[in-house]
Every structure is written in C-alpha cells, then in structure tokens.
Design a binder for this molecule. Structure first.
Ligand code: IMP
Ligand code: MG
Length: 180
C-alpha cells in the first residue's frame, strides 16, 4: 500500500496529537450535555474510534451509513442513505463526525434530515479534514482537525475505490494509481 502513496500529508502521530487537542475542546463544550456522537460511515470509522475514546463524557454513539461517492475521486452530488432508521436523538445534542468536508453535500443532507425528522436540541459538525475550496453546500464545521488543499487524500478511514482506509496515516496517491 505504501508504494502507492506519493506523499504523506499527516503522519499517524500528527493525527493523534491533533485528536488530543480536539478532545480537550469537545470535552469542555459538551460537559453536562446529553451528547450523541453520530459517526458517518465508512469514512469516519478511524477518526470516530480514536476521538471518542478521548472523551471522558457520558455520551451515546450512533452510526449512519451513507454513500455519496461512486468509485472515483469526484463526488456524485447524490447522497444516498443506506439505512432507513435514524438514531433516537430527540432533545439531544448531536455531534456529526465525518472524515472530510469536501463539497459539503453529505453533511448538509444529513444535518437537514436530522434537524427535520429527529427534533434534536442541536446539531454540530466535527470533521477531521476540511478542503479549502468553494463548496456546493455551505456547511459550518464547528470542529476541524486540519484544513487541507483541494486534492484527493486517502488513509485513516478515507478510501479510493474502497481501498487504503487502513493506512494509519493520511497521504496523496501517485497519479498513476488514480485512474479516473
Ligand atoms: P462531500 O463532497 O463533502 O459530500 O464529501 C463526501 C464524502 O466524499 C466524504 O465523506 C468522503 O467520504 C469522500 N471524500 C471527499 N473528499 C475525499 C478525499 O479527498 N479522499 C477520500 N474521500 C473523499
Ligand atoms: Mg469515501
């Protein structure tokens, strides 16, 4: 796998150190609140697992599976909910956890649906990565691990055609690996 990576963007230790900082802020912000951390799968699996274990709070964890990509490196623009049931979050503070804020369509669609259908106390957004770009949907990210340039990255949960999620660091693939 490492041979396919042109450049490391963030080493595993850099990611973990940033999670320590994010966890401190989240712990202070959510102290005493009824928190449901809602991990958007599959991309946020590593991020959510590592971040949530750093929060010494009485929180609930829920997951939501969506598909917004169909294989390549460009968002399809269509957000598909892969399960019909939404989590029970009435009156609770929902923290959406996702791997990356790219076009904004995924988090926008999820946020809208939860606000409309679940009557939460609040919905906030926490992402590991945020791309510097014009977004199709303006989603305010309340907690951001790293701002990055607008390039396609893999590792630490993020995939290219379902591969590279298990890389322990974040990197950019060699151009010859990205075929589309
Ligand atoms: P959106 O364009 O903000 O809706 O992002 C949709 C999803 O696309 C994200 O949750 C990721 O799973 C995926 N995605 C966006 N940019 C990248 C990337 O650079 N690498 C891998 N996946 C990405
Ligand atoms: Mg993906």
């Amino acid at each position: 796998m490492d041979d396919d990576v042109a450049r490391t963007l963030f080493h595993a230790s850099t990611i973990q150190a940033r999670l320590d900082e994010m966890a401190q802020i989240l712990t202070a912000d959510y102290e005493g609140k009824d928190l449901t951390a809602l991990a958007i799968l599959n991309g946020s699996m590593m991020f959510a697992a590592d971040l949530l274990r750093r929060l010494p709070l009485q929180l609930q964890v829920a997951c939501l599976s969506v598909a917004s990509y169909h294989g390549g490196t460009e968002s399809s623009g269509v957000v598909q909910f892969l399960q019909s049931a939404l989590p029970e979050v009435k009156g609770r503070h929902v923290l959406l956890l996702d791997d990356i804020l790219d076009s904004g369509r995924t988090l926008f669609a999820i946020r809208e649906k939860i606000l409309r259908e679940c009557a939460p106390a609040a919905v906030n957004v926490c992402v590991l990565l945020r791309k510097r770009k014009e977004r199709a949907e303006d989603v305010p990210a309340d907690y951001v691990g790293f701002d990055i340039d607008d390039e396609f990255v893999v590792g630490y949960g993020l995939d290219y055609r379902e591969k590279y999620r298990n890389l322990p660091y974040l990197g950019v693939l060699k151009p010859e690996i990205v075929v589309s």
